[in-house]
Design a protein around this ligand. Structure first.
Ligand SMILES: Cc1ncc(COP(=O)(O)O)c(C=O)c1O
Length: 350
C-alpha cells in the first residue's frame, strides 16, 4: 500500500500505548475508574496542566465533545461554534441529543476560526429574549477542521468575550498535541491560562487505541460530568485499559514526539506540493492537515496509483491530506515525486 493521507485515524496505536495496555491487561483491578492506574493518570494530567483538574476518560472524541457540552449548556441554551466544526458536521446531532436539545449556532470566521466580532453579534442577538435559545457556551476546535491553529491571543480574545457574557468555553482538542507543538507553548497556556473551561483532550488520532480525556478546569462541573458520563453510557467498567493507554501516551513525551513527527511530515508534504505547478494551497497547514486544489486529473491519477486521501467532499478539485505519527518520510517523498511527474506530464500533453 502506498502513502495514505486519508486521516490520522487510519494509523494504529503506538508501541508505548500497546505495551501499557498489555501490562494493564494482566491481573485484576477495581472497575469504573477505582483502580490505581486511573488515579496515576489523573495526577499526570494535573502535572501536565499545572493545576488541579478533574479527568474523565472516554473512548471517542464525539463522546468527549458532547459530554463536555452537556455539562456547559441547558436544553434551552446554544453552543456557538464555527460552521465547519466537527460538532456541527460530523457528530450526527449527538450534541443536541446529549444536551437534550440545545442548539448549535454557527459563527463564521476566516480559516475555520470563530471571528470575535461575529461572536459578539451572535451572543448579543437575542440574549434575554424568552422566545430564543440562550447562548451558553462557545466551542472551538484546536487544531481547526481546516488545519489552522488559534494563537494564544486569539484564544484569549474569544474566552474573554465569552466569559464577560457569562458563557463557558470548550476546546475540541481532538488534535491537541499537534496544535500544542505547533504553537510551542505549554498545555496550561493553551487552555485554562487562555480562558478554556473544559477540553476534549484527544489521544486516539496521535497514538492511542481509543482514549480521549475530558479535562475539566472548573471543578464545579466535575460531579455533573461524572453523572453525565455514566448516564450517557461512557463510564467504562475496565477503565484501567483506557488509563493504560493514556499512561503510555503521556509518558516520556511520546505524545509530543508523535505530534512533532506528524507535523514535520506535513511541513515536508506542504513544501513539496507548494512547489508543484498548478497545485494551489487553500489553507496553509499549521499542524498535520492540509487542504489544496490539485490540477484537473491529478487526484484521480494519484488515487489510481494506490495513494489514498479524501476527495469530492469539498469544492471541485479540493482534497485533504492528513499526516500521522506513523507517516514515513520516504513515502511522503514518493508521493511528492509522483505528483510532480503527473504535473509535468500533464503540462507536456496539454
Ligand atoms: C475536530 C475533530 N473533533 C473530534 C473528532 C473525534 O471524532 P471521533 O468520535 O470519531 O473520535 C474528530 C475526528 O475526526 C475531529 O476531527
Amino acid at each position: 500500500m502506498r502513502l495514505a493521507l486519508t486521516s490520522d485515524n487510519i494509523a494504529g496505536a503506538c508501541e508505548a500505548v500497546v505495551a501499557e495496555m498489555i501490562k494493564a491487561a494482566q491481573g485484576e483491578a477495581m472497575p469504573y475508574g477505582g483502580d490505581p492506574l486511573t488515579e496515576q493518570v489523573t495526577k499526570m494530567f494535573a502535572e501536565l496542566f499545572e493545576c488541579d483538574v478533574a479527568v474523565f476518560l472516554v473512548s471517542t472524541g464525539t463522546a468527549a465533545n458532547v459530554l463536555s457540552l452537556a455539562a456547559l449548556t441547558p436544553p434551552w441554551g446554544s453552543v456557538l461554534c464555527h460552521p465547519e466544526s466537527h460538532i456541527v458536521n460530523d457528530e450526527c446531532s449527538a450534541p443536541e441529543f446529549y444536551t437534550n436539545g440545545a442548539r448549535l449556532v454557527g459563527v463564521a470566521g476566516e480559516e475555520a476560526k470563530i471571528s470575535v466580532s461575529a461572536l459578539e453579534q451572535a451572543i448579543n442577538k437575542r440574549m434575554g429574549d424568552v422566545h430564543s435559545v440562550q447562548p451558553s457556551a462557545v466551542s472551538l476546535s484546536q487544531v481547526t477542521e481546516i488545519g489552522s491553529v488559534y494563537s494564544l491571543a486569539e484564544l484569549q480574545e474569544i474566552s474573554q468575550l465569552a466569559h464577560s457574557k457569562g458563557l463557558k468555553v470548550h476546546m475540541d482538542g481532538a488534535r491537541f498535541a499537534n496544535a500544542l507543538v505547533s504553537l510551542g507553548c505549554t498545555p496550561a497556556q493553551m487552555t485554562w491560562q487562555s480562558g478554556i473551561d473544559i477540553v476534549s483532550f484527544g489521544a486516539t488520532k496521535n497514538g492511542a487505541m481509543a482514549a480521549e480525556a475530558i479535562v475539566v478546569f472548573d471543578k464545579n462541573l466535575a460531579q455533573k460530568l461524572a453523572l453525565l458520563r455514566k448516564r450517557g453510557g461512557h463510564l467504562h467498567s475496565k477503565m484501567r485499559l483506557l488509563s493504560a493507554q493514556m499512561l503510555g501516551y503521556l509518558s516520556d513525551d511520546v505524545w509530543l514526539n508523535n505530534a512533532r513527527h506528524a507535523n514535520a511530515m506535513m511541513a515536508l508534504l506542504q513544501k513539496g506540493m507548494a512547489s508543484i505547478a498548478g497545485v494551489e494551497i487553500i489553507a496553509p497547514a499549521q499542524a498535520n492537515m492540509l487542504f489544496c486544489r490539485l490540477p484537473v486529473g491529478m487526484a484521480e491519477a494519484l488515487l489510481a496509483q494506490g495513494f489514498s486521501f479524501y476527495t469530492g467532499r469539498w469544492e471541485e478539485g479540493v482534497v485533504r491530506f492528513v499526516t500521522s505519527f506513523q507517516t514515513q518520510q520516504a513515502d511522503v517523498e514518493d508521493f511528492i515525486a509522483c505528483a510532480r511527474d503527473l504535473s509535468t506530464s500533464h503540462t507536456k500533453t496539454s
